[in-house]
Design a protein around this ligand. Structure first.
Ligand SMILES: [Mg+2]
Length: 292
């Protein structure tokens, strides 16, 4: 089976950096890590249907896809009421399901990789900044399966905000393996950043949820989106309508401008991973939704 975990060379700011990045990537032979081709590999993902299908045979049946998603996550009914009006009980993924096993494998491999890189950096005098790791939040560090089931896979800002603002791991639990990966990264000397498209108005709930799910963070290293750009001047070129790729890559550029070298950028959407300013990218599984 092709590994969903892949490392890809990021588009770099300058030719010099691109060469250095390519050399560093080529020098690594970590068992179990597949190198992506081009800026972003698809990690063995099922091809998307055509934009303009000409036959139904080009499109999967939506009910069968939903059934497969539930089986992949190991759908489990809990006794936690929904945070909207407590009229239903939440569903969660199973700790022993295929999804949990897959994310644990990816996190373990990423941990080995980061440890290897930290060890490698010790033996070579690097003047490229302090090593850092960037984590996306939704479905990279916190799992939102409960919301997808609650909403029948239809995003609604109001009900989603209720889930986010619950700030609870009973609502959005940790993605399996990721708290341990964060601890390992910190232990190996990496500074951990969280970079999410959640609006800045959801800061309190986001902080509470990260803590409840077992993560640690420095408030200064937690980036939520201020769409106005008022508090994030590095977004001035695109605010107030930055695309996800613009928002995330410009923020990574800002982080590197503070003196960090982003060794790995982890996200569940390709738009988390494109746009450069990271030596390597790690794609987390998410068959539930697609964010361009
Ligand atoms: Mg995400």
């Amino acid at each position: 089976m092709k590994s969903p975990f892949h490392l890809s060379k990021s588009a770099a700011r300058t030719t010099t950096v691109a060469i250095a990045s390519a050399a560093a990537t080529a020098a690594l032979t970590i068992p179990g890590l597949a190198l992506a081709h081009g800026g972003h590999g698809h990690g063995g993902a099922v091809p998307a249907p055509p934009t303009n299908p000409t036959s139904d045979s080009q499109i999967q049946n939506i009910d069968q896809v939903k059934t497969a998603i539930k089986a992949y996550y190991g759908d489990t009914l809990t006794t936690t009421p929904d945070p909207v009006d407590a009229s239903t009980m939440l569903h969660q993924f199973s700790a022993d399901g295929a999804y949990a096993h897959q994310t644990e494998r990816i996190a373990a491999r990423a941990g080995h990789f980061l440890a290897h890189r930290a060890h490698h950096a010790k033996g070579h005098k690097h003047g490229h900044g302090r090593p850092a790791v960037v984590f996306d939040i939704d479905d990279t560090t916190l799992n939102t399966y409960s919301y997808e089931i609650y909403s029948s896979f239809v995003y609604d800002p109001a009900s989603n905000a209720a889930f986010v603002n619950a700030g609870s791991a009973s609502v959005f639990p940790a993605v399996p393996g990721m708290p341990a990966l964060e601890r390992k990264a910190i232990k190996k000397g990496y500074t951990v950043f969280f970079l999410t498209g959640r609006p800045i108005t959801q800061l309190t709930g986001t902080e509470a949820n990260l803590t409840d799910a077992g993560y640690t963070y420095d408030a200064a290293d937690l980036y939520l989106k201020d769409a106005s750009g008022a508090t994030e001047p590095w977004l001035s070129s695109c605010a107030p309508s930055c695309t996800t790729v613009q928002y995330k890559s410009l923020t990574r550029q800002h982080i590197e401008s503070l003196g960090y070298r982003i060794v790995a950028n982890l996200g569940d959407q390709f738009s988390d991973l494109e746009g450069g300013f990271a030596k390597h990218t790690v794609k987390m599984p998410n068959p539930m939704y697609f964010l361009p």
